[in-house]
Each structure stands twice: as C-alpha cells, then as structure tokens.
Ligand binder design. Structure first.
Ligand code: G3P
Length: 225
C-alpha cells in the first residue's frame, strides 16, 4: 500500500518525508491556494521538498481537453521526475487522459465519487483514481464502500489502475481503506502522526525508560558496550 502526503506546505512535506515511508505528494487548487505564493516556484519547491525519486501530483486548472494536455506537458517539463497530472473526472478530462497516453505523463483522475466514474477513468488510461472518502461520508454515502467497490471492479476486469483514496479526516477511514484493498492513500501531515499514536505505546516507552534508568542511570546501551 502506498502512502502519499496531501499538502503543499513545504516544511510539513520535508518532515513527513524524513520520518514516514511515503512515495510522494499530492496537491489540488485549494491546497496550492492556501500557500498564497508564486505558483511556478511552489511547483519547483514541491519537487525539491519531496525529492527527485518521489511522485508529484499537481491538478489541472483547465477545462478543455486540449488545454489540460498542454498544461500537463508544461508542468511535466517544469517539475520533472515521476509527475502526475490530476484531472477531475468528466468528459473533457477523459478525453485529455486518452490524449496523454504514451506521453510519459501519468494521470490521477480526481474528484471521484462513484465506482462508475472510476471505471471510466481506468478505461481511459488513468494510472490512479482518487475517490474522496470523507466528503462521501459527510453526505452519508459510505466513502470506504465506494473505495471497496472500485477495488472490486478493477480486480474483476484486471484493470491496471490504482485506487488512491483521498479526503481523510481520521485513522479509521485510512484503516478501512487498507482492509478493503485500496492501493494508496493521500493524507494530510497531521494524520501521519495520528497513524502511529497510541497511549499504550507512550506508556510502554515511559516504562521501558524508567526501568532502564533504575539500574543504569543516564547511561545508554551505547555507553555500556
Ligand atoms: O484532493 C482531494 C483531497 O485532498 C480532498 O481532501 O480534505 O478537502 O476533502 P478534503
């Protein structure tokens, strides 16, 4: 299962890349806008922050297929490496996805809210589809259930497309995506810390430290070998 960071906050990206086994960064126009900075420089900084060997996903701001393709090529040239153009699902987006086949530019088809949208995206040639789990949960539409249905359909037809679930607000949603075979998730930096938090883990570490110090004081094992 792949983990990706859903932010354009460069400091947060650098921290998560250092401490967690992530494979890249995703953004969307809302996430980019939050940084209130020069877009071109931010796109370059995203590549630098995440590293040359990891994925960068940036979303198109165009509506017509030909414009989406031109934007994808310009961003690919600018950012380099493993680059994915995020394209919202729709007729123009599907056309752009088919036009980009063989270009070397991956497509992450985003704003997916139904399995049939995902199926069209996969058939058009998208590398990833991004269903929005929490936004579906917010309208009582079972976000993880949609992810599970997409996985089932992709498996049934042997489609070479990964489910990159997005829009998470808690660890339980991530956990359920993992259980149902979701191939990837993109989550915000705060949620990474929640993924590994448990009060019993904290207590265990406190107890280990106290027990050690009761015998060896402030010396660590390195001081004793
Ligand atoms: O890009 C999709 C994802 O980031 C949306 O997340 O939290 O705005 O629902 P959210």
């Amino acid at each position: 299962m792949e983990f990706i960071i859903d932010t354009a906050d460069l400091k947060a990206i650098r921290r998560i890349v250092e401490f967690f086994p992530v494979i890249g960064v995703t953004t969307n126009p809302t996430i980019i806008s939050k940084e209130k900075t020069d877009f071109k420089q931010l796109a370059l900084d995203l590549r630098e922050a995440v590293g040359p060997d990891k994925q960068v996903h940036i979303q198109t701001t165009s509506e017509k297929a030909e414009d989406i393709v031109a934007e994808a090529k310009a961003l690919y040239d600018l950012v380099g490496g493993e680059f994915y153009i995020k394209i919202p699902i729709g007729a123009e987006g599907l056309k752009a996805t088919m036009m980009l086949k063989g270009s070397g530019i991956g497509v992450t088809m985003t704003a997916i809210h139904t399995p049939q949208q995902a199926l069209q995206a996969a058939l058009a040639g998208a590398t990833y589809v991004a269903p929005y789990v929490n936004r579906l949960d917010n309208v009582c539409a079972d976000g993880v259930g949609v992810v599970a249905d997409i996985v089932t359909i992709f498996d049934a037809y042997g489609l070479d497309c990964k489910v990159l679930a997005a829009s998470f607000k808690n660890v339980q949603q991530v956990h359920e995506c993992a259980l149902c075979g979701g191939h990837a998730v993109t989550i915000n930096p705060d949620l990474y810390d929640q993924l590994v938090y448990h009060p019993l883990t904290d207590k265990a570490i406190v107890d280990f430290t106290a027990d050690w110090k009761s015998v060896y004081g402030d010396k660590g094992s390195l001081d004793l070998i």
